[in-house]
Design a protein around this ligand. Structure first.
Ligand code: UDP
Length: 328
């Protein structure tokens, strides 16, 4: 089984690569390293089943890709944190539109299955809670998040158009907030931000009064869901939420991080970013039924593993972090 993982040097991509290699499958990663990081794959550098191709999906595909055949194509290539897609809005729109088309054409040429990493952001600031797949969303089409939200919505539309026109075997995962080791400590997302702040003894920066909610899925649970979606032989559902249905407030998340680290950090409150969704929680009835999938890692346990990663990677230059004793 040969897989193409576009965006394989990112958080989700690198954990998906681990899962596939551990199963004995071949993996080719294509990544332009705009926001992905080579260090996320360095532990696999000598693995005979892994090929890394540094290339941009917006350029014509390189021979290392076109000369190979693939059974499965995963499209995870996109800036994904609000800070990153605000920094690269045009790249974000294009990789989710033109880039999706390129990968769909490749999947079609190979007769390969195709999984699109879509997002809970297609629901925008949701008026339906928890979010079900049949909800069409409440998205600002031209605000600062629109490059990501509308890019992913276009990607979904392109995927389904490809299916209707060419019969391409597409599957769409709407991914909710995900965290874990290999999160980029500088990408501004709430879990890495709070972890690094707590390890450094700095105030945790809660945007707003802390009552906004998210539902955080540990990364290995998440990529297991993606792989299952890819593995279904005759999908009855082609669009499904993949995320953790356990909803927490951002204030509560801050308190858990402080508790687990035993940090002396305080909490400070800051202005909420424009169009920041108020609540977010997936309904995963379809994934449970069709994939037999649900997350199994409790938030506290996932945070401890993530904090261990940050302590190890930030530790050498950061004596404060390396002294932190994590609760168990
Ligand atoms: N957030 C926060 N402090 C931070 C970073 C984020 O309070 O330092 C909040 C943010 O306003 C949002 C939630 O945490 O309500 C999740 O933000 P993140 O950027 O991780 O992802 P999003 O779900 O917005 O894509």
């Amino acid at each position: 089984m040969t897989n193409l993982v576009a965006g394989g040097a990112g958080l989700l991509g690198s954990h998906l690569v681990d899962l596939l290699l551990d199963r004995g499958e071949e993996v080719v990663v294509i990544d332009n390293l705009l926001t992905g990081r080579m260090e996320n794959l360095s532990h696999r550098a000598d693995h005979p089943g892994l090929t890394f191709v540094r290339a941009d999906l917006l350029e014509p595909l390189v021979p290392e890709i076109t000369d190979r055949s693939f059974d499965r194509v995963y499209h995870l290539a996109s800036p994904a944190s609000p800070m990153h897609y605000a920094a690269y809005p045009i790249e974000t729109l294009l990789v989710n539109s033109a880039g999706t088309r390129t990968l769909l054409d490749l999947a079609r040429k190979n007769g390969a299955r195709f999984v699109l990493a879509s997002t809970s952001e297609v629901y925008g600031d949701p008026a339906v809670h928890p979010q079900v797949e049949t909800y069409w969303g409440n998205v600002n089409p031209n605000g600062p998040r629109s490059c990501y939200d509308e890019g992913k919505r276009f990607g979904e539309a392109m995927s389904m158009a490809h299916r209707r026109t060419h019969g391409t075997d597409v599957r769409i995962a709407r991914i909710f907030n995900t965290y874990g080791p290999r999160s980029d400590p500088d990408d501004g997302r709430v879990v890495p931000a709070f972890c690094v702040q707590a390890l450094n003894g700095e105030p945790l920066t809660v945007f707003g009064d802390g009552s906004r909610t998210r539902s955080f899925c540990y990364v290995t649970d998440l990529v297991d869901g993606l792989a299952r979606l890819m593995s279904v032989d005759e999908p009855r559902e082609r669009v499904m939420n993949i995320g953790n249905p356990s909803e927490v407030t951002i204030g509560e998340l801050a308190r858990v991080v402080i508790d687990v680290t035993g940090s002396a950090s305080t909490i400070t409150h800051h202005q909420v970013p424009v169009d920041d969704p108020i609540r977010r929680c997936p309904d995963i009835t379809i994934a449970r039924r069709e994939l037999g999938w649900e997350p199994t890692t409790p938030l506290r346990e996932g945070l401890i593993r993530t904090l261990r990663y940050f302590r190890a990677t930030q530790g050498p230059g950061n004596p404060a972090a390396s002294r932190v004793e994590l609760a168990s």
